[in-house]
Design a protein around this ligand. Sequence first.
Ligand code: PMV
Length: 328
Amino acid sequence: MVTSSAPGKVYLFGEHAVVYGEPAVPCAIELRAQVTAQRRDEGLRVHAGDLSLSGFTVKYDGDGTERPDIDVPDSLVDAAMGYINESVEQARDAAGIPEAGFDVTIDSEIPLGAGIGSSAAVAVAAIDAATRELGVELPPEELADRAYRVEHTVQDGQASRADTFCSAMGGAVRVEGNDCRGIEAPDLPFVIGYDGGAGDTGALVAGVRELRDEYGFAADTVGAIGDVVRTGERVLADGDIETLGNLMNFNHGLLSALGVSSRSLDAMVWAARDAGAYGAKLTGAGGGGCIVALDESHETETALEYTPGCQDTFRAELDTEGVRVEEQ
Ligand code: PMV
């Protein structure tokens, strides 16, 4: 039996635009998905504990074909189970044991589909645990690549390498197409606001793609996000948190123009700004889920606690450690 864990992430800059080859800067945060893999004779059984901070609980004990009886959109549950099935396939492939059976147990602190990297963390941890259980140890770069292939398959070809690379490596990373690398980052005072909801990543990415195909100005908006990221990288290297916040605000405006924000995400972003945060933006695919703000003080958390539509708020430290073994 092997248990591995991998961190979630927030996007400082660049989600959505990264799908079209622009750079993005995600940062790993100290919220982890833990996956235990144990060999069994054949097939796959999945046990999932709490897949959300407080929204819902999944108790699933099936063979990958039955559906758990829970109060979340079917598409989310199908996606969650798809990530596990595909991750196990990757582990079987890496170890050259195509018929290996597994009991897989997921225990995640990362809310599902909320823009802070639950799927990437689960895929990275699952592949690491399952390959180790088969006696194979993969370097984090290969885990990132295999987890990317999982996301690519489950999300109908609409995925970047950003989430999976960040989760496997930890810290702040820069991703542009296939070029993925770790970058230096100061300690950033992340505050997260969570509306209890989730966005459908595939549908949101498809919506941006349609806009971009239809309107030149939408394509320009995607390009402008790339410009914000390139400026943001330099500012990050200088450790200028105030300017970083301004650029996050700009990035949120551009994402909003592309139609991926929501009333509750905007409400949380404005509550954070009004409370004196350096900046705030949605993180991840959008449509619902989480915002990330920068604030050293408690003001943003307090403001978010009183913001209608915000279900949970918490501070998140940058996690410099990527995937790791918890028990072997
Ligand atoms: O919401 P998340 O954590 O799945 O992030 C999606 C980020 C996108 O840029 C919209 C898609 C991607 O694969 O990069």
